[in-house]
Design a protein around this ligand. Sequence first.
Ligand SMILES: [Zn+2]
Length: 67
Amino acid sequence: MTDYLDGALSASDRAKFDQHMQGCDGCRAYLAQLRIARRLMGRIASEPVPDPLKVELINAFRTWKAG
Ligand SMILES: [Zn+2]
């Protein structure tokens, strides 16, 4: 999944992955969440984040992992 986002899969693996995604709602939802999470993490890395927001993000991550 992360290799896919990084563009690190080989062409054949990527084709298999795309094929699976077309038929799998669970993986599509997971990939969408992963994309959002990465965008948020990128922002955290590049900008100072006020503490309350940090806590909120950590809680959101816990909830997401648990669910
Ligand atoms: Zn799947």
